[in-house]
Design a protein around this ligand. Structure first.
Ligand SMILES: [Zn+2]
Length: 149
């Protein structure tokens, strides 16, 4: 047992010497152009110091992206609920979820009476536009029919 520490000690010294020579010799890691480029790239790159580590600072791009997606998601949910209100549809599923607690999957547009204010805001302008376009198309058809005679 008394020989083991010396033997391991010599082995450790050899390993350390080998590792040191990797970094300093003409063929060592310090002279490898790829390793030098990787180190320079790592030094120039801000951000993650290791895989899975969060980026430093409060102005991380991921936080901005998450906030923007949350705002967009909230806006889309609000629009879907307002349109459901205007069309008399289930605001939770629009009749697409058979086990919906509110409508049991029956909540397609027209399932209930639309809210008058929502209807006037979202649907009435579309109905008026479509009606006006149809009236113009009908008038043009009548004029063409009349001139063809
Ligand atoms: Zn529903």
């Amino acid at each position: 047992m008394s020989c083991q520490p010396d033997r391991e000690s010599n082995h450790s010294k050899n390993v350390i010497a080998a590792l040191q020579s990797l970094g300093t010799g003409s063929e060592g890691a310090e002279n490898d152009p790829i390793l030098r480029a990787l180190r320079a790239l790592g030094a120039a790159t801000t951000g993650r110091s290791e895989a899975g580590a969060p980026l430093p600072g409060d102005d991380r791009p991921i936080q901005d992206d998450l906030r923007r997606l949350e705002r967009e998601n909230r806006l889309l949910i609000d629009h879907a609920e307002m349109l459901a209100c205007a069309l008399g549809a289930c605001p939770d599923c629009w009749g697409t979820i058979p086990d919906c607690a509110d409508c049991s999957g029956e909540g397609h547009p027209g399932w209930m009476s639309p809210d008058p204010d929502c209807y006037r805001h979202f649907v009435q302008p579309v109905v008026e536009r479509v009606s006006a376009e149809r009236a113009v198309a009908d008038l043009l058809d009548r004029c063409r029919s009349h001139s063809a005679r």
